[in-house]
Design a binder for this molecule. Structure first.
Ligand code: UD1
Length: 348
């Protein structure tokens, strides 16, 4: 059995590939390298450069590999960018995924694990948000992902496949062994930018909004370590392979940190003062987004291992230190040169 990982050259996808290989799975990666990096794909994976919406490429993979499940990461993820470029998000996330789901289900692939997002909820009424909360996305990004959840629901109802949609809160940190990490060019994530500011790679960190109705006025988020997130995917895959029902699960810890608290954590990790600049709110941002992860723990048996903001920030900073000034991955595994994954170009 082989797992097809879309977006496997990206930040979360590359961590997923390592975890699947450790479980003894065969892995095929499909990635168009629009934001992903080929050198992050482990050399044991088969790598196919292409778009998930390109049915010829996807059919080529399905014809040559015994794919029993897909883990679908590929997509654009930046909330403010989606406000500026809504049609790009609907094409890249929703329309491409529609093609992908049709192609894999026509081929009889019966298990889909999908990267959804906390952005489907919109403004939570209070405290933590559970899967039963109403969906009301505040950005085109959140809508593009919610539409995919609806397609999955309809596909499952029609018997096309069973699926697990994982609603990620704020994914952060890097592989504790230093094999991969957040390397996306022009990344907009708070923890990455704060680490870059600590290392003097950007002149300062902007704090987007200081007048939110939160304890210190800055945005509050639930930061989940990427390695714990990846384990949620392994559990989802096991659940589907055992015949488990389709479902939607939050992926977060249930604890919120403000932007200022993240700044303080990075200052502790880097042992320096960050240059910060207070800025206006960013379009599409919400005040506070914190998960209720009860369902993931109860139904899939998920137990977080890295629920510690200092561990998250420490691993992110360690990875950032290994990147060149232009963001090039210099030493994914310190002292060991990396062999690129075998690339196969299927005829289209
Ligand atoms: C992130 C994810 C999104 C996911 C959402 C779920 C990315 C790129 N986006 O969005 O896919 O749906 O979590 O909650 O991973 N901030 C600053 N200065 C900066 C950058 C950010 O103050 O330079 C603030 C933001 O205003 C926000 C917080 O930090 O309050 C987190 O921002 P960011 O890391 O960009 O993630 P989200 O927009 O929450």
């Amino acid at each position: 059995m082989t797992v097809l990982v879309t977006g496997g050259a990206g930040y979360i996808g590359s961590h997923m590939c390592l975890a699947l290989l450790e479980q003894g799975e065969d892995v095929v990666v499909l990635d168009n390298l629009s934001t992903g990096l080929r050198e992050l794909v482990p050399s044991e994976c088969v790598f196919v450069k292409g778009c998930v919406g390109d049915e010829h490429v996807v059919r080529g993979i399905l014809a040559r590999h015994d794919i029993d499940a897909v883990i679908h990461f590929a997509g654009a993820t930046v909330v403010p960018e989606s406000v500026e470029r809504p049609f790009f998000y609907y094409r890249n996330n929703t329309a491409a995924t529609r093609n992908f789901l049709e192609t894999v289900s026509d081929h009889g692939v019966g298990r889909v694990v999908f990267s959804s997002t906390a952005a489907v909820y919109g403004t939570p009424e209070s405290g933590t948000v559970a899967e039963t909360a109403p969906t009301a996305p505040a950005s085109p990004y959140g809508r593009s992902k919610l539409m995919t959840e609806w397609m999955l629901e309809d596909g499952a109802r029609a018997g096309a496949f069973r699926y697990v949609a994982l609603r990620y809160f704020n994914v952060a940190g890097a592989d504790p062994e230093g094999r991969t990490g957040q390397s996306t060019p022009r990344a907009t994530h708070l923890i990455k930018l704060a680490c870059q500011a600590a290392l003097g790679r950007v002149p300062h960190l902007g704090i987007f909004g200081t007048d939110y109705p939160t304890p210190d006025g800055t945005g509050v988020r639930d930061y989940i370590h990427v390695s714990d997130l990846v384990v949620a995917h392994l559990l989802a895959l096991r659940h589907l392979r055992r015949g488990g029902e389709s479902g939607v699960f939050n992926c977060g810890y249930g604890t919120g940190y403000s932007v200022r608290e993240i700044v303080a954590a990075v200052e502790r990790a880097a042992d320096c003062r960050l240059a910060v600049r207070e800025m206006p709110r960013r379009p599409g941002d919400l005040a506070s987004v914190v998960a209720d992860p009860g369902r993931l723990k109860a139904r899939l048996g998920w137990t977080p291992r890295f629920d510690d903001i200092d561990a998250i920030v420490g691993s992110a900073l360690a990875w950032e230190r290994g990147l060149a000034l232009d963001g090039t991955v210099l030493s994914p595994l310190v002292g060991r040169p990396r062999t690129p994954a075998l690339q196969i170009n299927y005829p289209t």
